[in-house]
Design a protein around this ligand. Sequence first.
Ligand SMILES: Nc1ncnc2c1ncn2[C@@H]1O[C@H](COP(=O)(O)OP(=O)(O)OP(=O)(O)O)[C@@H](O)[C@H]1O
Length: 215
Amino acid sequence: MTDNQGLVLDDVKIQLGDRLLVALSARVRRGETLTVMGPSGSGKSTLLAYLGGFLDPAFTASGSVRVDGVELTGLPAENRHAGILFQDPLLFPHLSVVDNIAIAIPETVRGRKQRRLLANAALEDAGLAGFGNRDPDTLSGGQKARVALQRVLLSQPCLLLLDEPFSKLDADLRDQTRKMVFGKARQVGLPVVLVTHDEDDARAANGQVHKVGQP
Ligand SMILES: Nc1ncnc2c1ncn2[C@@H]1O[C@H](COP(=O)(O)OP(=O)(O)OP(=O)(O)O)[C@@H](O)[C@H]1O
C-alpha cells in the first residue's frame, strides 16, 4: 500500500452559523474504519453529508478530504464515488431484487448479459441466490441490508459511509450484518466512516473512534 492510500481528513471543520459542530483530522487506511460517535444533533450525519458531497448550504465547511491522494472537496457528489448505507436500506419497491442490485453497475460495464451475470454473482454472494425475481418488500430486514450492501459495492465506491446501518436490525442479525459489512470493506480495501450510537458497532469495526460534540 503506497503512503497516500485510504482516506485523509485534514483539519476538517464544519460550522452551523458560529456553532462549530465538527473539527477533525484523521487517516483511515483501506479496510479500516473511523467510527464517529456523539449525542443526537452533534453533527455526525452532517460529517457524512460533507464527505459524500451533499452538505446542506446552511453549513460552512473547510479543510481537505482526500481519497488515495485525490482531493474530494469541490467535487460534486456524483464524482466522489462515495458509497453510502443508511438505517433504511432504501430499496426501490418497483424493481425486483436483482434489478435493485443491477442498477448500481457502472455504465462502463456493457451488455445486458454481462450486467446480469454481475448482479447474480452479487446476489449469490449475499446468500440470496434464487431471490432475484422477488419483490424487495418480501425480504426480511437482514436480507434487505445485504441487498443494499451488494448494490453499494457494485457501484465501485472508493469510500464507504455508514449512517447507523445496523440500528434497525435485531441483535443476532445486527451482529451478522456488521461482520458482513466490515468483512467486505476489508476484503475490497475500502476506507469506512461509520456513524453510530452503539459502542458494539464501534468494537465490531475495530478502528479509530472519534467523538463529536464532546468537550
Ligand atoms: N439542513 C439543515 N439546516 C439547518 N440545521 C440543520 C440542518 N440539518 C441538520 N441541522 C442541525 O445541525 C445539527 C447536526 O445535525 P446532525 O443531523 O448532523 O446530527 P447527528 O449527530 O447526526 O444527530 P442524530 O444522532 O440525531 O442523527 C443539529 O443541530 C441539526 O438540528
